[in-house]
Unconditional design. Sequence first.
Length: 385
Amino acid sequence: MWCANATTCFFSNNVLTSHINLPHTYRHLAMPIPMPLRQHLSLIFSIMAVITAGQTNLYGDANHERLCECVTACQCSATEHQGPEIHSQPCCKDAEDRLWSISTRGITANACQANLEQPNLRVSRLSMNGCGTPSDLDQYTEQLGQSRQVVVYVHGNRMSSNDAIRRGLQVYRKTRGCSKREGIDWVIWSWPSDKEGILIHDARRKFRRLDAQGLYLSWLLRKHVSADTPTTLIGYSFGGRVITGALHALSGGKLGGRLTPGEPTTGTLFRCGLVAPALERLALTQRGVHSQATKNLEKMVLLYNRRDAVLKRFWLLNRVRGTMALGYSGPASFAPRFDGSKLKVVSRDCSSSVGINHVELDYYNSACSAGPEMAALINDGMQSE
C-alpha cells in the first residue's frame, strides 16, 4: 500500500485511534482497596492505558511494523510516484546527504569499564533504504569539516539494531522533507537497548547504561570539535539523556564517576532537540547531574508532554518520589552558557496532540510538528556556519 500523506496513513490504522482513560473505564472496580495496593493503582492503570494505545514499553517506543510503511516516505508529485516501492525507495532521496550508523552494541555498557581512549565503535555507511556497508572511524572522521553539518540522532529504549536504523531513517525523512538544501551527514547513534524483560525492570537496567553512552558520544563529539564541524543533536526519551550527558562530559563533568580524556571543551555551539526526554527536570540546572552541558550549547528545542503516562512515573527509576522528568514537566531553569549568557530554549507542550502516549512518531505525525522544529534547528546551524 502507498499513500501520499503519511499522517493520514498513520491514523488510518486502528492502533492509535483512541486514547482510553482506563481509570474511568474501570470505575466499577472502585471499592475499598488495602494498602499498599492502592498506592500503585494509578501506575497499573497508566501502564494498561499505554499498552492499549499501542505502546508496550517504558522510556522507549514500540515497533510500528503494523503501521503503514509510508510513514517513512516523503510526499512526492504524481510524476515521481513509485507505487508500492515508495517506502523502500523514497523518491525524495537527496544525493547530497550521507547516512551513517555508529553503534556501541557489543562493547561494555558499564561506565566504570568503558574504554575512553579508543572505544571500539562500529561504523557503517547506510543507503537511503537502510542497507549498511561496513566502514570505520577513520573514514568517518575524514569526512568531518567546517563545510558540512552533522546531525546525530539518538533513539530511545527497547530498540533492536534494525529498529534503530528504521527509526533513525523515519525521523530523518520527517525532518529533512523534500526541499532543496545543503547536504548533511545524518548519524544514527545505535546503543544497546533491546528489549530485556518487562516494563520498569527493563527501564532501570537501561537507565544504568546511559552514563557509558554519554561518555562514548562525548568522545566522538571531541572529533567534531577538533574538525570544527557544525553539529546538531536530536534525541528521544533516553536518547535525550545520552545527549545531555555527552555535552556535560565534554565540558569536564563526570559521568558514572568518569572523566573523558583530554582538556575540558567549552564554548562549542552545538544545537540539540529533545523529544520527550527521560531526563531529570533539574538535570541542566547549576546543581543538576548534567550541569555542565549548557556550556557547549547554543540553542535547545524541547518538546514535552504533561499527559505522558510513562514519564509521569519517571520517579520509579530511582525510587525517589517527586523526581520529575523534563519531558513531562517542561522547562524549569537552565545553567548559564559558557559566557554567562542564557541558553536560548524553544519549548512546546505537545499534550493536546500526543495525549497519554510515550510514542516518538506521534510527535512527528501530529500537530506537535517535531519534523519542522528539528529542520529549523538544523537550518540554524547552517546559517551560523
